[in-house]
Write a protein that binds this ligand. Structure first.
Ligand code: GLN
Length: 534
């Protein structure tokens, strides 16, 4: 039977519960334990796949094709856990399942209620994850802030699990804020006391408190928090603000959080260490070089909309012992004013994924700027599609080439829908999603990056490269370097006469880690650094 750690959050949102949960996972793995992580999201959407990135940030895609919360990205970046559709539980998913059971008559005439039917469904979904794999610890993050109406059924479900499993097998770690008030020159514990009070009212006594703070907590403050929150003093852990999130497992380790959890859950640990992680953090702190890379998108004002892209660029930097500075550019500005004004000073250009017509011409101009000025380019999903449109218009002279997503009547639909996608009317979960096999062409830059012929990468799109144009494009200098064998789809393209120009239909950013940068990001950053030396 696995042990359970329930991570809740109090006082304010955005304290970094996802990163804290992932860091706990990392620490336990470094003790030789096998972990997985689950995110419970209290909203009524079945998944975030239909939400605007401004509302929700990035949609993180798993190997099994689930569109999930971006915290699952932190889980996979920090730990070896392979997460999938069962690792993201939403209120929408829970109600969907309970209502369909009710329609089938499975509740045998009973009145269907939040307690026990919704809470039972939540408990079953949490326990299901460990049923077929041997796990030591399941870490469950509850989204939202304690006190929100929406999260109550989830909190009630974890209260029940703690009772059923026993306190030696299931604990609550509560993340809270301990602010410094300048005018009083004091650290305040009251918000923490109140949020723990809310938890205790509903029957949950935290076992460990992670206190986010800009200032270090002295003995007196720790004693006060312990007394008022009914917690051991050494279970008051300070979580000081850090410059980069990858330091968090290390600062938790300094606070002996790993030993505390192991003691509370009565676990025996095995061999493991944090040395590769430590090395990656050291490289972030003292890089040997710097490089400026542009990310040309339309959601650049939202810091989480391209979360995995920004993280993968940092990883590419770590692999090259360099700091990647990111220039976030609004593609609509490039549409209006052209690329030169914004892209003159950058050493690499990345165009990420996206949907809809807005800003598309700016992305096409950015791809052209990279091609003509021989600046390293990485196009991802929509980024590949715009590179193809650009190549069609300027190199192949199909002036009106486009994707049918943006112009249904284009005379040159170089990006278009497959027959099977044309029939689809429902939006949620109907794109080409999840991991697909891709075969690489030896001798290409992509093959060189991966160092192997067969790769598996994750997808989230409807439109595809139109194979009717393959022959002309290849004749004009495009290299098709990756093909999906099952449907003969173009997965990666390169440009022959260019120092480093690669664009892929899949999303490599979802599989990059700080101590194992994704090969395409690693080589893209490397090529950008090389440009700097020329
Ligand atoms: N809008 C494009 C498509 O659906 C690209 C999607 C993406 O970039 N994720 O194919």
């Amino acid at each position: 039977m696995p042990k359970y750690i329930f991570v809740t959050g109090g006082v304010v949102s955005s304290l970094g519960k996802g990163v804290a949960s992932a860091s706990i996972g990392k620490l336990l793995e470094a003790k030789g334990l096998k972990v997985t992580l689950i995110k419970c999201d209290p909203y009524i959407n079945v998944d975030p796949g239909t939400m605007n990135p401004y509302q929700h940030g990035e949609v993180y895609v798993t190997d099994d094709g689930a569109e999930t919360d971006l915290d699952l990205g932190h889980y996979e970046r920090f730990t070896n856990a392979r997460v999938g559709k069962d690792n993201n539980i939403t209120t929408g998913k829970i109600y969907h399942s309970v209502i369909s059971k009710e329609r089938k008559g499975e509740y045998l005439g009973k009145t269907v209620q939040v307690i026990p039917h919704i809470t039972d469904e939540i408990k079953e979904n949490i326990r299901k994850v460990s049923r077929f794999s041997r796990l030591d610890v399941v870490i469950v993050e509850i989204g939202g802030t304690v006190g929100d109406i929406e999260s109550l059924p989830f909190l009630e479900a974890i209260r029940q699990i703690i009772l059923e499993e026993g306190r030696n097998n299931a604990i609550n770690i509560h993340l809270t804020l301990v602010p410094y008030i300048k005018s009083a020159d004091e650290i305040k514990t009251k918000p923490t006391q109140h949020s723990v009070g809310r938890l205790r009212e509903i029957g949950i006594q935290p076992d460990i408190l992670l206190c986010r703070s800009g200032e270090s907590l002295n003995n007196e403050v720790r004693e006060k928090i312990a007394l008022f929150c009914n917690i051991e003093k050494d279970a008051v852990i300070q979580a000081l603000d850090v410059e980069n999130i990858y330091e968090i497992p290390l600062i938790f380790k300094n606070e002996h959080l790993d030993e505390l959890i192991i003691r509370k859950l009565h676990m025996k640990c095995r061999q493991g260490n944090l040395s590769a992680w430590q090395k990656a953090v050291e490289r972030i702190k003292s890089p040997s070089a710097e490089v400026l890379i542009a990310v040309v998108g339309k959601y650049i004002t939202h810091q989480d909309a391209y979360k995995s892209i920004y993280e993968a660029l940092i990883h590419g930097g770590i692999a090259n012992d360099a700091k990647v500075n990111i220039k976030k550019l609004d593609s609509e500005n490039i549409s209006k004013n052209g690329g030169e004004k914004y892209l003159r000073d950058v050493q690499g250009i990345l165009v990420p994924g996206g949907f809809g017509h807005r800003g598309i011409e700016g992305k096409i101009k950015a791809a052209r700027y990279a091609r003509e000025n021989r600046i390293p380019f990485l196009g991802i999903c929509l980024g590949m599609q715009v590179a193809v449109i650009e190549f069609a218009r300027d190199v192949c002279d199909f002036k009106k080439a486009n994707s049918t997503e943006f112009n249904k009547k284009t005379p040159h639909p170089v990006i278009s829908l497959l027959e099977e996608q044309k029939k689809i009317k429902i939006k949620g979960g109907t794109m080409r999603l999840g991991a697909y096999r891709c075969e690489l062409k030896p001798g290409t830059k992509s093959y060189k990056a991966y160092g192997k012929e067969v790769i598996w990468e994750r997808h989230r799109h409807r439109y595809e490269f139109n194979n009717k144009y393959k022959k002309v494009f290849v004749k004009k200098g495009m290299i098709i370097s990756g093909i999906s064998p099952s449907k003969n789809l173009v997965e990666i393209m390169e440009i022959k006469e260019h120092p480093w120009f690669a664009a892929c239909q899949f999303h490599p950013e979802f599989k990059s880690k700080p101590d194992r940068a994704h090969p395409l990001f690693r080589d893209f950053v490397k090529a950008s650094l090389r440009g700097l030396q020329l």
